[in-house]
Design a protein around this ligand. Structure first.
Ligand code: HEC
Length: 306
């Protein structure tokens, strides 16, 4: 469709572009260019106005000729018909679209009702209004077919679902970004099942070799007792995981785990406290009671564990 409009405007504008291009229109990108489109439409408008002006001019010339001829031949009756100023097109349109019984002839359309002195006129509906009424009916028909009987237009439900899908994607993107912005200063304890499960999977896969399948300890310290070398708050644990204690055999994980994963495994580790697995490794570090929800916990004094 677009292509045809462009073609039409192009032809109308008298070959602004070569005929070659008109036969095989250039790429859509060309017509989608707003500037090109505006030029084409502008050219079409100018052409239309010019055509109109020329038409009026031609009609005037014809009229002048007619008057001249009728005068020469003494055809007064014709002369009168031609010379009489005609109502302008706009005026005729205006009258046609607003046709109503004029006030002077209202008596003709007066109904015989009388409501406390209020009378009713049986006037015609204004044609412009009637036309709009029929247009709305036609529109409703098209609408009905387009949206309800064919698959061309999406239903309200489909539109809703598309929008929800888009919004969900945005939320997911946002959350993913947020999750990866986590660091030791803003990390919070995760408690939802899914996150803890993910944390457990990471622990079993990456950490259990040194910290034991159940966190009972091995090369690395026991995670299930209340003794900590580097603190037991979520912030401390996250930090230990992220930067590690390389000189003591605990590597820095930030190159291997994404922030969200370190967040999950740190939260999981803190659920292991007090689980009393078999073969626990002897406590290391300082006794720190488990941080209760919301409390910051304690960090052992600098160097106390070394
Ligand atoms: C190669 C063995 C090894 C692996 C693998 C390992 N750790 Fe460690 N981890 C250690 C050692 C050793 C320590 C003790 C460091 C010290 O003495 O300061 C430690 C300490 C820790 C601490 C501090 C404990 C405390 O008492 O403060 C946390 C938390 C920790 N590891 C979490 C993890 C997590 C999570 C993983 C898996 C992503 C992991 N570790 C993988 C060896 C390991």
């Amino acid at each position: 469709m677009k292509r045809y409009i462009a073609l039409f405007t192009m032809l109308l504008s008298g070959g602004l572009l070569t005929a070659q291009e008109a036969v095989a229109p250039a790429s859509d990108a060309f017509y989608n260019d707003l500037f090109v489109r505006m030029i084409l439409i502008g050219a079409a408008v100018v052409m239309l106005v010019a055509i109109l002006v020329l038409y009026r001019l031609l009609m005037t010339v014809i009229k002048v000729e007619q008057i001249k001829i009728y005068k020469e031949q003494g055809l007064d009756a014709y002369l009168e018909a031609v010379a009489k100023p005609k109502e302008s097109w706009i005026m005729r349109q205006y009258k046609a679209w607003t046709a109503a019984v004029p006030v002077e002839r209202e008596a003709d359309v007066l109904l015989l009702h009388d409501y406390d002195g209020i009378h009713e006129l049986d006037n015609k509906l204004p044609p412009w209004w009637v036309a709009m009424f029929y247009i709305t009916i036609a529109f409703a028909g098209v609408y009905l077919v387009y949206y309800h009987f064919t698959d061309m237009g999406p239903s309200s439900l489909q539109e809703y679902e598309t929008e929800v899908a888009v919004a969900e994607e945005q939320v997911a993107n946002y959350l993913a970004k947020q999750a990866n912005l986590i660091d030791e200063s803003n990390v919070t304890l995760l408690t939802d099942e899914a996150a803890l499960e993910a944390g457990k999977a990471i622990f079993v896969g990456q950490c259990a070799a040194c910290h034991g399948q159940l966190g009972e300890g091995g090369v690395g310290p026991n995670m299930t007792d209340n003794y900590w070398l580097h603190g037991n708050t979520i912030n401390d644990v996250f930090k230990t995981i992220k930067y590690g204690v390389p000189e003591k055999g605990m590597i820095s994980w930030q190159a291997q785990l994404r922030p969200v994963e370190m967040h999950q495994v740190a939260s999981y580790i803190l659920t292991l406290q007090g689980t009393n697995p078999p073969n626990p490794k002897a406590p290391q570090g300082d006794l720190i009671e488990p941080a209760t929800e919301g409390s910051a916990g304690e960090t052992p004094a600098e160097g106390s564990s070394l």
